[in-house]
Design a protein around this ligand. Sequence first.
Ligand code: AKB
Length: 317
Amino acid sequence: MKKILVIGACGQIGSELTPALRKVYGNDNVIASDFVFPFKNEALNNSGPSCKIDATQIKDIADCVKKYHIDSIFNLAAILSAKAEANPLMGWDIGVGAVLNCLEVAKEFGCAVFTPSSIGAFGPETPADGTPQDTIQRPKTIYGITKVTGELLSDYYFLRYGVDTRSLRFPGLISNVTLPGGGTTDYAVEVYYSAVKNETFFCPLKKGTFLDMMYMPDAIKASIDLMEANPDKLIHRNSFNVTAMSFEPEMLFNEIRKHVPDLKIEYRYDELRQNIADSWPNYMDDSAAREEWNWKPEYDLQTMTVDMLRTLKMRFK
Ligand code: AKB
């Protein structure tokens, strides 16, 4: 049985990945940690062991790994793209500091490490349509720079020290549980909340801005499946392109209008987010993930929209 440590358990991915891991591996085998402790999320506090970890402090990670005999670390600590631009040093300290600390601890204690990368690891020189698995990566955001650095460090620790590192280049993640906060793709989550609350949504991106996206249940499944994948089949490790759909704002709004016909949208474009989005792929080629560990998303724009609206309507009724 695995003994797993989740760092950043209360964040957008962690608040759904942690319960999913507890369901698969047992509550007592998944230790939830975050910077703020005890967590505001009562369910996470109460459903299994939990502790405070500041991912920039290697001792916090090492102490927990020793105490619970951890063999796998899910390192989810990060500051998203737009927020990191407001404080690049903090973006670097958390984005790279956490990866390096996890890798060092993993080397010493023999752990596997999962760290999400992102479409943000690409830049304007990258082919935007059908972005290949292996291609030019010259991101222009601090977030992207931390993601490329994390990918390279993770490969380095695998090649040099045999640490079992694995990673996914996530697209924009859409969840009905926890709001992202500070990302470029956040609009695709926030519009669903505006739709069910009957509020006007101010769209920060221009019509025609295509980006890869994924519904959170697929992201959770991808993370667990990759960590369970047979290592002999993995040609790549850090990091796999994965996507479930690609759309631009009008496609998303029209899909929501099938269920909420009076959805009100105003375009109020945000220069920072638009520039970042313009530098990211329109859609990635994720055939390496499909071939090497059978990646296959379950949700598309239609099925995700039905599920998002159904869940949020129940919560806000
Ligand atoms: C962001 O927009 O910063 C993130 C991402 C795509 O990595 N959602």
